[in-house]
Write a protein of this length. Structure first.
Length: 127
């Protein structure tokens, strides 16, 4: 089974974020329920449920044009991370018991670390 490090997760996220389009933003929003279910039904991702709500909130506010004080790269990183979680056949396939979501959790963790400053500014704006 391939190992996946935090550094590899960050590198993958950086590469994938560069390819994100506005279509991908809409796709993630359309697949929200499916993504939320993965977070709720899995221990590795379960710790990020509250963060997930915030990530969807910033994407939706960005799409509606209500919040644009964020670099598109930040939005793209969020979308890339969520698309990675959505893909059941990523580096470690989701159907492998016990470890299938470890890479997904690493990607989400890397995303949150990379966008921490922008996310805090958004939270302050939202409140």
């Amino acid at each position: 089974m391939p190992k996946f490090s935090e550094q590899q997760a960050e590198e993958k996220l950086n590469r994938d974020a560069k390819a994100v389009t506005e279509y991908d933003l809409k796709k993630v929003v359309d697949k929200r329920e499916e993504i939320e279910e993965k977070f709720k039904s899995n221990g590795s991702l379960g710790r990020f449920v509250a963060d997930l709500k915030l990530l969807f909130s910033i994407i939706q506010d960005y799409l509606k044009g209500e919040y644009r004080k964020v670099p598109f790269w930040t939005i793209a990183a969020i979308v890339a991370a969520l698309l990675y979680v959505l893909n059941p056949f990523d580096l470690i396939p989701d159907f492998i018991p016990g470890v299938g979501f470890v890479d997904d959790a690493l990607i989400i963790g890397a995303c949150l670390a990379l966008i921490e400053k922008d996310l805090q500014i958004y939270k302050d704006w939202k409140n």
